[in-house]
Design a protein around this ligand. Structure first.
Ligand code: PLP
Length: 381
């Protein structure tokens, strides 16, 4: 089976992991801060807080922004459930803003209208979780300006978009947002097995997220509420979690990060080749970005086909592990039952979903494998 995405593990990755396994610290050692600093430098953020997965990163960002009961959070319906679940973990309510059919990203026009009407009604959200769908930057400059105009916080869910850039620079540099989260699940741009990181330029938010990552426990003398009277002393100041990453994972993350630009270049090469080879077929294709617009990270290559069920089944039958990204979040049974969402609520996201198929795209996909994907698709269309 050719999967839609998979990790690329090299000799340096194996050495890095082995090195930690032979060292004194498997967790809470020096690899974590080294990984945090390396990624912060790569994306141009002041701080990075490594955590056990991308979902934990989103949860910490919401908690650090004091999102809680009575607050509203908005996100795109065309995303993985974690982009919405993070608000629910905090007791907030969730709503969605429909997408732009050409990119799969949140529609700036829909957002503009919803902000205006919600402002009049006094129902503005406390935060927006902005998803850079498939690795394509989601109009951050315009959306950040709108968010600022209405006093709404912005969290970027950049699980797809490590290595992407827009006119404000690398995704993750925090231009216009309070926090940006990454995921290092094996299908994402770089991997640590499971893992994630939340980036911010705000030192108070960074300190809070660091504390919440480890049970809400504080050890720094200057930050203690009480004087403990000894080096053994630590105190829990608020309710946090064990969301730590291990040093084994962080060492893998450091060596993976060394290959980031190569990974992105290879993904782009595959995407451009798909676009060239599939151009004549009656299917919808994603587009690349010009150098002036920025850089697409090409986490996903999502095409639009009329007869999706048949094409999907045919591809799977041929040993090609195509996927669908995503069933819109509001149509999951949990969301329908709890919030009374229904079909028709976000028509663009639903129309996108109806025709969407994600083709294999990952650095180690061979030319032969890609040819096979293209030929199989041609036969089915
Ligand atoms: C993968 C993903 C996440 C969650 O990341 P995990 O590391 O799997 O917890 C969040 N949002 C989006 C859009 C994702 O694709």
């Amino acid at each position: 089976m050719i999967p839609y995405g998979r990790q690329s593990i090299g000799a340096a990755d194996l050495d890095a992991v082995k090195g930690v396994l032979e060292s004194d610290f498997l967790t809470q050692g020096s690899a974590i801060p080294r990984f945090e600093q390396a990624l912060a430098k790569t994306v141009g953020a002041a701080f990075g807080i490594a955590v056990c997965n991308g979902t934990a990163a989103l949860h910490l960002a919401c908690m650090a922004l004091d999102i809680g009961p009575g607050d509203r959070v908005w996100t795109s319906p065309l995303t993985f459930v974690a982009s919405a679940n993070c608000a629910l973990y905090c007791g907030a309510s969730i709503d969605f803003v429909d997408i732009d059919l050409t990119t799969g990203n949140l529609s700036v026009e829909c957002l503009r209208q919803r902000l205006a009407s919600s402002s009049s009604a006094g129902t503005l959200p406390k935060a927006i979780v902005l998803v850079h769908y498939a690795g394509r930057p989601a109009g951050r400059a315009e959306i950040a300006a709108l968010a600022q105009q209405y006093g709404v916080a912005l969290i970027e869910d950049a699980a797809h978009a490590l290595g992407a850039e827009d006119e404000l620079g690398p995704i993750g540099n925090g231009e216009g947002s309070s926090a940006t989260t990454f995921s290092f699940h094996p299908v994402k741009i770089i991997t640590t097995g499971e893992g994630g990181m939340v980036m911010t330029n705000n030192s108070a938010l960074a300190e809070r997220m660091r504390r919440l990552r480890a049970h809400g426990v504080e050890r720094e003398l200057a930050s203690l509420d009480y004087e403990g009277g000894g080096d053994w002393y630590y105190e829990q100041q608020e309710l946090g979690f064990n969301y730590r990453m291990t040093d084994i994972q962080a060492a893998l993350g450091i060596s993976q990060l060394d290959r980031l630009s190569g990974f992105i270049a290879r993904r782009r090469e595959i995407a451009l080749r798909y676009i060239e080879r599939l151009n004549g077929l009656p299917i919808g294709l994603p587009t690349d970005m010009s150098d002036a617009e920025g850089r697409h990270a090409w986490h996903l290559f999502v095409i639009q086909v009329a007869d999706r069920a048949r094409v999907f089944a045919g591809m799977r039958q041929a040993g090609i592990g195509v996927q669908v990204h995503y069933l819109p979040v509001h149509l999951h049974p949990y969301y329908r039952k709890r919030f009374a969402f229904d079909e028709g609520d976000f028509p663009a996201a639903e129309a996108f979903y109806q025709k969407a198929i994600s083709l294999p795209i990952y650095p180690d996909l061979t030319e032969d494998e890609q040819n096979y994907v293209v030929q199989t698709l041609e036969q089915l269309i």
